[in-house]
Design a protein around this ligand. Structure first.
Ligand code: AMP
Ligand code: MG
Length: 485
């Protein structure tokens, strides 16, 4: 079986001290049925897409069978959830190992929704089909948008019902990640590990994600710096796409800088900085405009875990960490404004650009303009009678912007091209995702396949994408998402 499918698994994580994971028994499911397979991703991992679809190989995607060389473990981690520290861990996930691709890259292969583990607390360890398909759609859309993210290889229904408010079809999603190391993994090590174990984890993270970091006395400070850099980049990409994660707890923040754990996330339609989708985020802790600040807060928790490795004198260690943490905001803003300038077709930088960008956002908010479509319309010079485009203040902003665009060495054509490549035409709009999930849950996957196909080319701007750019018909209240449990 192994040769046919191309599984080529290593288990470097399992060579960490035992405290970092639990070896678990798999929880076989009744009748696995493959409902989605990401063929392009499978091929890039060195897997044979035909062989993967054999019954005995589908069994791998639910943990009914393990490929040769596989592990079977759940990772331990902790985390600050809505500001409060908790012991967590993979409560419903099984790590079968790290696939080494033909190009020599290493990716974690994790089965999400695979049953109870020692970290399940009161949970059943299972997942429903809807949330697993939702993670599949949105993570693949994020990837196509150029936003670092974990990916989705397959979704397999289990043939079992799971109990939520109602009975729902169970499913397991195979998640692919450059690793599942989280800020919470370090919080776990700092609280319950020995200094030596913490160091082992840090060395492991460096080896997997930042092998360029040297063995000098700045080694762990450089780890902190790199994670800050990657997160400053990631969060800027979220903001530039109008993406709201929804549960930015420290256990949902990776050391690799990939987006992870698509629970109640959603893309904003109408631009409003206080937008929140998650039904459990009543205070708006994880609202759109708060995401950069929360990332900074999470990174401070990460820095705290590294203090013993930074300097033997704790005061000195705090000073060192703080200096690097202060850099986050500047890095984030630099990335964000660079991205915003690209969205407006600007190659170079002028001091007044920030004000120009902020003025646009203020007008968008005031006139309740759609975030994605406003930039699309600017890109294509679409005449539009929407509130924003009909207003005089926006006309005068556009005049200023066009003058600014003309004040750069690059041609109008080059500027237009930059805008086409920086402003997606399609994003996974909530009503479209819901529609796809509803059809899928009644057995028709064609709506979802078509949606995923469109979302895979967000910068194509082709006529067939037009219908996916439309806003939802007026609904009775704000869109609400629920935790994908
Ligand atoms: P999440 O909100 O998905 O990031 O999950 C937070 C924590 O709850 C993690 O430790 C998960 O493993 C755990 N968890 C989420 N759903 C379940 C479930 N159905 N059964 C057991 N644990 C779960
Ligand atoms: Mg999580």
């Amino acid at each position: 079986m192994t040769k046919d499918t191309g599984w080529n698994l290593d288990n470097s994580y399992a060579r960490l001290p035992e405290k970092f994971f639990s070896t678990i028994n798999t929880n076989p499911v009744r009748s696995p049925k493959l409902v989605v397979l990401n063929e392009i991703l499978a091929e890039s991992l060195g897997l044979d897409i035909e062989a993967l679809q054999n019954e005995e190989n589908i069994a791998v995607f639910v943990g009914n069978k393990l490929p040769e060389g596989a592990s079977s473990l759940a990772q331990a981690y902790a985390g600050h959830q809505f500001g409060y520290f908790n012991m967590l861990g993979d409560g419903r996930a099984l790590m079968i190992g790290e696939q080494i691709t033909p190009q020599g890259e290493r990716f974690d292969i994790q089965l999400k929704g695979s049953g109870r583990t020692p970290y399940s607390r009161g949970g059943d360890g299972r997942a429903a089909l809807g949330p697993m398909l939702r993670e599949y759609i949105i993570s693949e859309a994020m990837h196509a948008l150029g936003i670092p993210t974990t990916r989705s290889l397959a979704v397999v229904t289990t043939g079992e019902s799971i109990i939520r408010e109602t009975n729902l079809p169970g499913a397991i999603m195979t998640r692919v990640a450059s690793s599942h190391l989280r800020v919470g993994t370090f919080e776990f090590a700092a609280k319950w590990g020995t200094p030596e174990e913490l160091k082992e984890l840090a060395d492991y993270a460096i080896e997997r994600h930042y092998p360029e970091i040297g063995m000098d006395e700045k080694r762990y400070l450089n780890l902190l710096k790199k994670v800050i850099e990657r997160q400053a980049y990631l969060i800027s990409k979220w903001q530039l796409a109008g993406f709201i994660h929804g549960v930015m707890n420290t256990d949902n923040m990776t050391i690799s800088g990939e987006t992870i754990d698509y629970g109640p996330c959603a893309f904003m339609d109408i631009y409003n900085p206080v937008t929140v989708f998650s039904s459990i985020d009543r205070e708006g802790r994880y609202a759109y405009a708060n995401q950069p600040r929360i990332a900074g807060w999470n990174l401070a928790r990460f820095a705290e875990t590294l203090l013993p490795l930074l300097h033997e004198d704790q005061e000195k260690a705090v000073e060192m960490a703080q200096e690097v943490l202060y850099g986050f905001s500047e890095l984030y803003h630099a990335n964000y404004f660079r991205g915003m300038r690209s969205k407006l077709g600007l190659f170079n930088e002028e001091k007044e650009d920030t004000a120009l960008i902020e003025e646009l956002l203020n007008l968008m908010q005031k006139h309740e303009a759609d975030f994605t479509n406003t930039f699309s319309k600017l890109t294509f010079g679409t005449k539009d009678c929407a509130k924003l485009f009909g207003s005089e203040e926006f006309a005068s902003w556009q005049e200023k912007w066009q003058e600014r665009r003309a004040r750069q060495p690059e041609s109008k054509l080059e500027s237009d091209e930059l805008m086409r490549n920086s402003n997606p035409g399609v994003i996974p709009r909530n009503h479209r995702v819901e529609e796809a999930l509803e059809s899928a849950q009644s057995g028709d996957y064609s709506v979802m396949e078509k949606l995923v196909g469109v979302l895979t080319n967000p910068y194509a701007h082709t006529p067939d994408q037009e219908e996916y750019t439309k806003l939802p018909p007026d609904t009775e209240g704000p869109y609400r998402t629920f935790c994908g449990t």
